[in-house]
Design a protein around this ligand. Sequence first.
Ligand SMILES: Cc1cc2nc3c(=O)[nH]c(=O)nc-3n(C[C@H](O)[C@H](O)[C@H](O)COP(=O)(O)OP(=O)(O)OC[C@H]3O[C@@H](n4cnc5c(N)ncnc54)[C@H](O)[C@@H]3O)c2cc1C
Length: 407
Amino acid sequence: MDFEFTKEEIMFRDSVKAFLDKEYAPVANERDKKGPFTKDEAIDILKKFKKIGVAFDPESAKELYAEDPMLYGILSEEVGKVWVSLLPVIGMTGLPALFVPLASEETQNRLMPKLEKAELIGCFAETEPEAGCDTSDLKTTARLENDHYTINGAKTWISNATIADVAYVGAKDLSTGLETFFLIEKDISPFDTNELHKIGWNAAPTGEMFFEDCRVTKENEMNIMMGKAFSDPEIMKRLPMSEGMMRLFGQMSPFTALMTLPRCSMGLASLGIAQAAFEASVKYSKERVQFGKPLGKFQLIQEMLYQMNVLIETGRLLAYKAIDAISKGSGEARRLSSMAKIYGGEAAVKVTYNAVQIHGGLGLSDELPLERYYRDARMMTIPDGTSEMMKLITGYTILGKGFSAYT
Ligand SMILES: Cc1cc2nc3c(=O)[nH]c(=O)nc-3n(C[C@H](O)[C@H](O)[C@H](O)COP(=O)(O)OP(=O)(O)OC[C@H]3O[C@@H](n4cnc5c(N)ncnc54)[C@H](O)[C@@H]3O)c2cc1C
């Protein structure tokens, strides 16, 4: 077993770290207090990341997701250490990289230049007021009329909703009764949005979306788009998907396969937050003196540091093992990525709790980033699959057919 990153991965990690330390570490705490990024700020973020090679035009996205999926994990962990609110902004913009090359020619002509210039913000909209963990009966509908669909319905808790140019939206196709997805451009098929406020990820926009007779060309429906990719090897080659991911498509639904990497990303971003909180706690334990000794001399403090450290170390091993399984297209990827998501998120909650505790009153103050880490960590157990749903998926993958606890 090899526990080391490759030389290229180390170079990537170091350049992301240096970039984040310079651009965002000095401003994260104060900017985070001001609430969600504006669209201009989000585009500025995308453009800055593009300068270090983290971009979402199909070619760049290929490097990030396909050539070595480990890079996306590394990126997530490093972003988590500095300011996790950046992650939904950049992560959700990966979706257009996947679907714009499959959309209608007009859509491609309009969106590809923006994607190339890092000026296109994406979002993925499935959750609805009545469809949270259970998305088997979406209320958003798509009615086929000649060459277009008409979409009606509402979505909630959607990352980037309020700043997105393009949304990948789940709806029930009334002609088949089946759930499918549509690539919807806001300029061409307008929809309304509303910001939602939450305990953490303060700077990451999250919102509701409302679709009222929203027209979208038939060509931008998922099955038509996927059909295009599978019937034309040239188009397939342009997609940012690893060989491993293609192998996963043969073993599970495309949606399930595609969710494996974001779940590892969430696990690693959580562990990034945890690592930052841990490092601050180690430093503080050496500096803060009570009863004539630094806190670090007290066994109860060492017990907390042990707990924090072991959670981070085990979580990282699990998450990178899960990405390794994705790279290889192993059937283990679904189970491991679900466990990595739960483990990382729950670990971050425990680690940041201890970090606040070690810092005493200062841990609760917004002068330090500890309270932000704590609030941001609390966010990690719900989006992209709650811990409970990840446990049920793990149970199902262990027990096999006939043992799903949720269908
Ligand atoms: C900040 C944020 C960003 C998000 N971004 C997106 C996004 O970009 N796109 C998107 O589509 N969605 C997004 N979501 C939505 C997220 O995926 C849902 O919140 C999540 O799926 C849970 O749905 P819910 O909140 O309706 O909870 P519910 O489904 O109502 O669940 C409530 C509780 O019951 C538990 N539960 C439900 N069913 C079971 C069961 N069978 N067994 C055991 N426990 C169960 C859940 O785990 C949870 O603890 C986001 C959410 C947040 C908070």
